[in-house]
Design a protein around this ligand. Structure first.
Ligand code: ADP
Ligand code: MG
Length: 345
């Protein structure tokens, strides 16, 4: 059961009126606006709390200052002004203003942004990761990749920016072409060259905090069965942004076909990583199976997508929660932590 809840809550999201590099055409489309509309509806159904959704970033600080909410639900996964490199700025600003907010602190978001750092930490805690190496931006022009198949992606990015259908490379020619494209599209970007993980892909959601318990949601699996043959089965940029692409239309999310023993083992490892990375309240861990059958961590999302159609809500749905119930749980978890810490507990 949900305990005591805050009265006044500000929900900060991305700003639909501004360009967003993680969206198709760099703009919010009808699907993105629907995600915001469904959020408002779900929040309105939680009658015991008063929510103000703050979308406009131009005077966000002034709006927050005027409201002085008891809790800020940080759904600003786009970054301030929809600039991904400014995802941490909202958290640091809220800390300066003395406002408690849900989800990972800015310092944890910053840490998780560096995928290689997360891999190194994960590996040291017994969470298996892909074989990989870091390719600094200045070395991209002359790099020779010689182990295939490989997946090439930015080391610091989100929303599959820099991961198109051609990110999976099977020979030196394809690798050179993709590196050339990345250099033109995202100049100055450090890359990660990873072993391509060809097997099933999973998501694992944790809600809670290390001190009081982290509940694992039923895991999800990405179902690529409907994708036309010839397209690399990955959650490419097209899958997240382009409604007319088969990547958008033909990929489904389903409950993971994994035994409870395996799910519980992965969750136990993720709890350690959650604590070590300094996450709070909720987080999503993405995995994929290697050629040898072992399940490897791809990334940690400290501020995961919160939409009704996003992985976290889908996993909560597998657990029997409605979208509104999930939102209520996120609020309750953050509020409990903030009050406990304020009480010196
Ligand atoms: N090493 C890999 N092997 C196979 N697929 C991968 C690998 N790395 C990434 N992918 C695919 O690309 C998608 C996005 O990669 P990810 O590292 O999660 O980036 P982002 O932070 O942009 O979501 C994954 O969901 C997966 O489908
Ligand atoms: Mg991802």
């Amino acid at each position: 059961m949900i305990g005591e809840l805050p009265g006044r809550i500000a929900v900060v999201t991305g700003d639909p009126s501004l360009p967003d590099p993680t969206k198709y055409g760099q703009r919010y489309g009808p699907e993105d606006l629907k995600v915001h509309a469904v959020l408002r509806e779900a929040l309105a159904s939680l009658g015991s709390m008063e929510f103000q959704v703050l979308e406009r970033h131009a005077d966000l600080i002034e709006q927050l200052d005027a409201l002085r909410p008891e809790l800020v639900l940080n759904f600003c996964d786009t970054g301030l002004f929809n600039r991904p490199e400014q995802e941490i700025h909202l958290g640091t600003q809220l800390e300066l203003m003395g406002l408690g907010y849900s989800g990972a602190p800015a310092r944890a978001i910053l840490l998780c942004f560096d995928k290689q750092v997360v891999s190194l930490l994960a590996n040291s805690l017994g969470v298996a990761v892909a074989n990989e190496y870091f390719l600094p931006a200045e070395a991209v022009a002359t790099a020779e990749i010689d182990t295939f198949p490989a997946l090439i992606k930015p080391n610091r990015a989100d929303g599959s920016v820099g991961i198109t259908k051609d990110a999976v490379v099977r020979d030196a020619g394809q690798a050179r072409a993709y590196l050339r494209w990345l250099r033109a599209e995202l100049p100055g970007t450090d890359l990660l060259v990873q072993e391509y993980l060809p097997g099933p892909e999973y998501g694992l959601g944790l809600i809670g905090n290390p001190e009081t318990g982290l509940e694992a949601l039923p895991m999800l699996e990405v179902d690529y069965a409907g994708l036309p043959t010839g397209l690399a089965p990955i959650l490419s940029f097209e899958s997240k942004t382009q409604p007319d692409s088969p990547y958008w239309q033909d990929i489904r999310l389903k409950p993971a076909e994994l035994s409870m023993v395996v799910q519980q083992d992965l969750a136990a490892r993720c709890r350690k990583l959650f604590a070590r990375l300094g996450l709070r309240d909720y987080g999503r861990f993405d995995f994929r199976t290697a050629a040898d059958g072992s399940i490897r961590l791809m990334e940690v999302n400290p501020n995961p997508a919160w939409g009704y159609d996003a992985k976290l809500a889908i996993m909560a749905g597998f657990g029997g929660w409605s979208y509104a119930e999930m939102l209520e749980r996120l609020v309750a978890t953050a509020w409990e932590r903030i009050r406990r810490n304020a009480g010196g507990g």
